[in-house]
Design a protein around this ligand. Structure first.
Ligand SMILES: [Zn+2]
Length: 317
């Protein structure tokens, strides 16, 4: 009998990455399609399916199922719906299109939901039933798991905690409203916080004094903070403080066992995590105090998108 492997597909604006994943969560084969070559979704799906079938053939394996993490992926409809970063416009019935080539269950969700489910199946949340995941990157995504199940909600779009308003009348968000968490806790938001703080310090002469906002990234700011730049340190403290409030607020809705965080800014380590934990525990409602952990994802940053997508295959159907 052929061995069964899960398939995880991560669709992004630049690349589609896929991986074949064994039962222990090891990615045993990887592949990539460059999105620039595809204007026609039908051609894209055909090439993707052929690449998956070729990889399965080489490993003499068959697919247990295919999980897909995609921007604006709607779990209920299994369609990509109006994704701003993809060339494929409108509503794309992706799962159905793939099943015409590979007739196995195909599950589709957005990338943050997939990351949360990946943590549950393969990462630090193994054995837990209730978690919330925040993914910090270009934006802020989140996935909510209750009683072992991803929460999709009435619309299929639940878990948009990055667009929960944290600062009334605050920074203008890409979504058109003001004060969303994303504008403060994304990589972009952290850079902006640093930029604001250095303007307020009249004689800021740190290493980053001459780097314009668009030249900053969270790694530069973190390195400066570790080298003793107090303004850089303050930027992470402020981020941790706000993110701690956002996480504590989220806990009030579903009472998770742990809140997980992942993504580039989290690599900053203790300069973010210490103020975050302090703020989180300070702002938790009494019923949850001392009972809710805050944790960093245990999945490898290079693997999480594929593992998260592959984990969707393990969802109870
Ligand atoms: Zn927003």
């Amino acid at each position: 009998m052929k061995k069964k492997l899960g398939i995880g597909v991560d669709i992004g604006g630049t690349n589609t990455d896929f991986g074949l994943v064994d039962a222990e969560g090891n990615i045993v084969r990887r592949g990539r399609l460059k999105m620039a070559g595809y204007d026609d979704v039908a051609v894209y799906v055909k090439d993707l399916a052929e690449a998956l079938l070729a990889a399965l053939g080489e490993l003499d394996a068959e697919a247990e199922g295919i999980g897909i993490g995609a921007p604006n992926g709607n779990f209920h409809t299994s369609c990509i719906e109006h994704a701003p970063n993809l060339k494929f416009k409108g509503i794309i019935p992706l799962s159905e299109m793939i099943r015409q080539y590979i007739n196995v269950p195909v599950m589709l969700s957005n990338d943050a939901n997939a990351a949360a489910y990946g943590e549950l199946i393969y990462g630090g949340a193994k054995g837990m039933k209730d978690i919330i995941m925040f993914t910090l990157g270009t934006g802020v995504g989140s996935g909510v798991i209750v009683d072992g199940k991803l929460v999709h909600g009435f619309t299929g779009c639940a878990g948009e905690l990055g667009h929960a308003i944290l600062v009334p009348e605050g920074r203008l968000c890409t979504c058109g409203r003001r004060g969303c968490l994303e504008e403060y806790a994304s990589a972009r938001g952290i850079c902006q916080t640093f930029d604001e703080l250095r303007r307020w310090v009249t004689c800021y002469t740190g290493k980053l004094a001459n780097i314009p906002l668009r030249g900053l990234d969270t790694k530069l700011i973190a390195d400066a903070a570790y080298a003793g730049d107090e303004v850089a340190l303050k930027a992470f403290e402020r981020t941790g403080f706000l993110l701690g409030i956002a996480a504590a607020n989220a806990v009030a809705a579903t009472s998770p066992e742990a809140v997980f965080l992942m993504g580039g800014p989290v690599q900053a380590g203790k300069i973010l995590m210490e103020p975050l934990e302090k703020s989180f525990h300070e702002h938790l409602y009494v019923s949850f105090k001392g009972k809710t952990q805050i944790r960093v994802s245990e999945l490898n940053a290079n693997d999480v998108a594929i593992l998260g997508a592959a984990a969707l295959v393990k969802m109870p159907r």
